[in-house]
Design a protein around this ligand. Structure first.
Ligand code: HEC
Length: 467
């Protein structure tokens, strides 16, 4: 087995997966704004150059400053933040991604460099340049931004639908995987939408335009909302290429996932309806507050959407290849023999306050196998979820945890470790009392372990493939 990676960090009551997810949502939103913003500016530059708009030019430089500020500062910070949290929380996953796609990632970074260089040049020299040069810089900026989406999209969609890669291991099969194109087109449209909505906020925020000029700018920006009409089709396409179990999560199998998908669809539909009826058909004026509200809705839709995308991948971080808790499916049977903590030399936090070695072992098992999705006293807290369960109920359910809810990976440890986990959770539930004894120290040891082994074998007999 690969060594357990260090550093193994913990964010207390904030579930680890949620920390990555939360940061990811902000990052995706700003990155999409950066891409769509580039497209909007190319369009506005063209409107200005061809005499189709007399106001576009005046609006552009302000919009661009805002774009640069948001995308370079917030985008770069959250981007680095993503790396920083992923290497702490899921080093095996990020390691696998880097292993598999390092060259593509390097290519992505060259496009990012192009984006930054073109963007900065425009920021610094844009106002004094000729129209043609301005357009050229903006196109370069947009190409850089969009292609960084292109590359990263292949890697992210591969996590969810690795497709033929699981058999062939071929880089390009993994990259151009079944959900590559629906996600790419969907994200491009989302980028245009965000850019248009932000433009509408900014048009209102800039004091120097009169009402007619604002209306004109808003009408131009609303053109970028037209592709939104294709979103439902793309959503259906994406659902169609999902593996069957994932699709079931969002179509009723998991209440949370289903609800989040419905909310994402509902909120997007509201934005789409307003855009279509109000802005495109009736060419209505939109004030700053309404535009801000639509932006907030777009953020919420992004958040729900990303949540669903991350969620439907469970119990994997890379489907069929790596479980969310960094255990490889093919390793489960072996770990049930040798134990999951054997290769984990790192001490657990607060070990001194734990009454027995068994509880310490349980804490380590929890850290290794459950803590990516559960906490001990915060979001999705395991002691909380199993409050009122007696020891017997915990034993059977923890042993068969992937049957209890198929979005959890199978338990991958020995009967001793399973019992330690049960005891650790029970000890937490009983207020971390100092008087605690080892449940396997007495004469019950052999029958208890035999029972646990039986549960484990029933859930998935050692040596077989785990569904
Ligand atoms: C991939 C993420 C993930 C991992 C890893 C994971 N769980 Fe869960 N678990 C969940 C989610 C999500 C829920 C659902 C919570 C809810 O229904 O509100 C859940 C619920 C549970 C429940 C309550 C189920 C019920 O029906 O009430 C138990 C018990 C549980 N998990 C035990 C464990 C144990 C033990 C481990 C480690 C061996 C573990 N889980 C690892 C995601 C995970």
């Amino acid at each position: 087995m690969d060594p357990v990676f260090y550093p193994v960090n913990d964010f207390g009551p904030l579930m680890k997966g949620l920390v990555i997810g939360g940061l990811g949502i902000v990052h995706v939103f700003t990155a999409q704004f950066a891409i769509g913003g580039g497209m909007l500016l190319c369009y506005f530059q063209w409107l200005a150059m061809t005499g189709r708009s007399s106001t576009a030019r005046a609006f552009m430089d302000g919009y661009f400053k805002f774009l640069v500020l948001v995308s370079f500062v917030a985008g770069a910070l959250t981007g680095v933040g993503m790396w920083f949290t992923s290497i702490q929380l899921s080093p095996v996953t990020i390691g696998l991604m880097v292993d598999e796609f390092h060259w593509l990632w390097a290519v992505e970074w060259t496009f990012f460099c192009l984006e930054v260089t073109a963007g900065y040049s425009f920021y610094r020299y844009g106002p004094g340049l000729t129209d043609r040069t301005r357009l050229a810089l903006l196109v370069l900026y947009t190409v850089g931004a969009w292609f960084s989406l292109f590359w990263i999209n292949g890697i992210l969609s591969w996590q969810l639908t690795p497709g033929g890669w699981t058999e062939t291991g071929s880089l390009w099969t993994g990259f151009f995987n079944p959900s590559f194109f629906p996600s790419l087109v969907f994200r491009t449209i989302a980028a245009l939408t965000v850019a248009a909505l932000v433009a509408m906020v900014l048009v209102n925020a800039v004091g120097s335009f009169d009402r007619a000029q604002r209306t004109e700018l808003i009408n131009h920006a609303s053109k970028l909302l037209i592709p939104m009409m294709a979103m439902p089709l793309l959503g259906v396409w994406w659902l169609a290429v999902l593996p069957e179990d994932s699709r079931e999560w969002v179509l009723g199998g998991s209440v949370a996932m289903t609800m989040f998908l419905q909310l994402a669809v509902l909120v997007s539909a509201l934005i789409g309806a307003y855009a279509f009826v109000g802005l495109i058909r009736q060419r209505l004026y939109i004030n700053g507050v309404t535009a801000g509200l639509l932006c907030a809705l777009a953020f919420i839709a992004t958040a729900f959407g990303e949540f669903v995308r991350e969620g439907v991948r469970k119990p994997y971080t890379v489907r069929e290849t790596l479980y969310s808790n960094s255990v490889k499916p093919g390793d489960v049977a072996r770990l049930r023999e040798v134990g999951c903590v054997t290769d984990d030399p790192y001490p657990v936090r607060g070990a001194d306050a734990m009454p027995t070695d068994q509880v310490r072992l349980g804490a380590k098992v929890f850290r290794g196998q459950c803590s990516i999705c559960h906490t001990t006293g915060g979001v999705n807290s395991l002691p909380g979820l199993t409050r009122g369960w007696d020891v017997g109920l915990k034993r059977v359910n923890f042993a068969k945890v992937h049957k209890l809810k198929p979005f959890m990976p199978p338990f991958a440890g020995t009967p001793d470790e399973l019992e330690a986990l049960v005891q650790y959770i029970t000890w937490l539930q009983e207020g971390k009392t100092a008087s605690w004894s080892d449940s396997l120290a007495g004469p019950d040891r052999a029958p208890t372990l035999a029972q646990l082994k039986k549960y484990l074998d029933e859930a998935a007999p050692a040596g077989t493939r785990h569904p």
